[in-house]
Design a protein around this ligand. Sequence first.
Ligand SMILES: Cc1cc2nc3c(=O)[nH]c(=O)nc-3n(C[C@H](O)[C@H](O)[C@H](O)COP(=O)(O)OP(=O)(O)OC[C@H]3O[C@@H](n4cnc5c(N)ncnc54)[C@H](O)[C@@H]3O)c2cc1C
Length: 446
Amino acid sequence: MRICIIGGGLGGLAAARALVAAGHDPHVLEARSRPGGVLTTTTTDGYIREHAASSFLGSPTRGARALCEELGVPVDAASPRAKRRWVFLDGKLRAFPRNPVEMVRTDLLTWRGKLDLLREPLRPARPSGDESVYAFAARRFGAEAARAIVAPFVTGIFAADAHEVSLEAGFPKLAELDASGGMVRGLVSQGGKALFRRFAGGGKKPKTKSGLFAPHGGLGSLVDALARELGPRIRLDSPVTQIAADPRGVLVDGERWDAVVLAVPAEDAVPLVAPLPELASRLGAFHRAPTQIVYLGYPEAAVPAAVDGFGFLVAHGEDLRVLGVVFESVVWPGRAPAGHVLLRCIFGGGRDPSTAALDDAALIEHARRDLGVVLGATGTPTHASVVRWTRGVAQYQVGHRDLVRLAVSSARTHRIALAGADYRGPGVNDLCADADVIVEEVKSWT
Ligand SMILES: Cc1cc2nc3c(=O)[nH]c(=O)nc-3n(C[C@H](O)[C@H](O)[C@H](O)COP(=O)(O)OP(=O)(O)OC[C@H]3O[C@@H](n4cnc5c(N)ncnc54)[C@H](O)[C@@H]3O)c2cc1C
């Protein structure tokens, strides 16, 4: 089939590659003069800056690491110095517990909070239906753990308020464990099944690639490799303005195609599909929150606290504007000039959309102040820059999966498949794996 992919972000590019492999003839129409969407890597003043995603977990079998391997893009593992993560809670940085012993010792919870956590296996399974991650965490682990541990973790992924994020869509594995009787019981039963499979499969331990990874030189290298492979299949500077129904396919700005993969942010897709009102109204349910990254570079001596760990997340209710900070040059050595550190400060998202109205100088000032409070950063940064996205991180509200089902089935009636961060997972790994879903969807129209 001749397929028009609208949007050349990772969602569109990964889908295009998978469709070529499945024997189709896809072409990507991208509005901007470069592919990759929000994924961009640039170097300024010797600092290597990611404009959006900066890493991915190595474990999913059809994720970004596998795609990098297939494309011959070398990947780096995160530095062992980046293992420790921190939460800023009640005016102090506290270490995120990494194992049960640390959980017993953590100062993120009081003894009462720890006892509450221990009661998790005794609590009943979830009643059917979706709920917010916060409601889930408070119900299963207690209110303290929900605030101190789960909510900051959710902000780290969705830049969102955990009260607003869907458990089923945002954290499907937790939802599954919950439905099967709880975290401890579910993990024990899954562990038992995995052990059984290992014995049944000849006793070999499956190969895992756990940990955090990034393409050498940044996510821009993955985009470049995809663009090289797709070559003239990508048409840059080609904004689409209208998608309309056609008895023999789909019309994109008057040109007939056998099928369309709509891989632009859903909010940008709404006006494009105005001639298909039901689909337009379904797509109106999805939202990407404006997000800003402030990059600050300092001499190491000015931020001595930023030499150990991945970074910190900020709990709700603290007197800080930043949502979290990644010690970028600790995680990925070489991303700052020698003797300097690069800090990636995240603002906005669903938790604080009002920062979108701040100008660069104000955002930089907030970042400097917050780093002073949390890390004791002093002096003038040697580098300060801002990356801002109006369509930043995709937000998955409670009931998200039902909204996706409705949108997908409405799009399907017009031979349109929905791709990108708005639907089945916002992360780099999700988008790589989602390419297979798009191939399956398109298969039903051949
Ligand atoms: C600040 C930030 C930090 C992040 N950090 C991480 C992280 O550490 N790890 C992780 O896994 N994920 C992270 N993410 C998420 C991930 O980077 C994104 O969800 C993902 O890259 C989005 O890809 P996409 O293809 O869905 O959308 P986009 O990248 O937005 O691509 C959509 C494309 O559609 C094009 N387009 C729009 N309208 C039209 C039109 N009319 N015609 C043609 N083209 C059009 C746009 O120009 C764009 O290129 C982060 C995201 C942000 C914003």
